[in-house]
Design a protein around this ligand. Structure first.
Ligand SMILES: N[C@@H](CCC(=O)N[C@@H](CS)C(=O)NCC(=O)O)C(=O)O
Length: 164
């Protein structure tokens, strides 16, 4: 399995968090935005990263890739079990995509430095406004939200010099 991924691309990052959490071994092809290799351009009509190649299957769009990985490698499961929490989880992802990722995209595309500083401040403020959401439960949304939980756990173990 191969993942085309860009080092500063948040959509590639979230795909790689899922790969790491599930312990999936994969070849990572690191590409630079705007300088994609021919094989990636041939595989993906939208010319975007992340792009996953699993034998004959080619997937693009991080959400599509992440859902495929979660179904193909079910352990540990990243989605909660009950429909209400699943829906809340999807809604939270949708809001993060609309409110945070859209700003990240604008920052990336903005040529003017002053405007970039402004946009970064808006993004920082938007994230800070959400801190109450993170305080509601010990981990984002619920105990079932494994992506956040494992990321936090991984960071803690790293700072303690242990891994679990
Ligand atoms: N909704 C897509 C967004 C992917 C996306 O916009 N990726 C950017 C990251 S740089 C990209 O590949 N842009 C095309 C380019 O830079 O040429 C996803 O979730 O994968």
């Amino acid at each position: 399995m191969t993942l085309f991924s860009a080092p500063s691309d948040p959509w590639s990052h979230r795909t790689r968090i899922v790969l790491a959490e599930k312990g999936i071994s994969i070849d990572i092809v690191s590409v630079e935005a705007g300088r994609f290799p021919e094989d990636l351009l041939d595989l993906n009509p939208y010319h975007s990263v992340p792009t996953l190649v699993d034998r004959d299957l080619v997937l693009y769009d991080s959400r599509v890739i992440i859902e495929y990985l979660d179904e193909r490698f079910p352990h540990p499961p990243l989605m909660p079990v009950d429909p209400v929490t699943r829906a809340q989880f999807r809604l939270a992802l949708y809001r993060i995509e609309r409110d945070w990722y859209s700003l990240a995209r604008q920052i990336d595309a903005e040529p003017d430095k002053k405007q970039t500083v402004k946009l970064k401040k808006i993004l920082r403020d938007t994230i800070l406004q959400s801190t109450d959401l993170f305080k509601v439960k010990p981990f984002f949304l619920s105990d079932a939200c494994l992506i956040m939980r494992s990321t936090c756990r991984r960071r803690r173990s790293r700072s303690r010099g242990t891994r679990n």
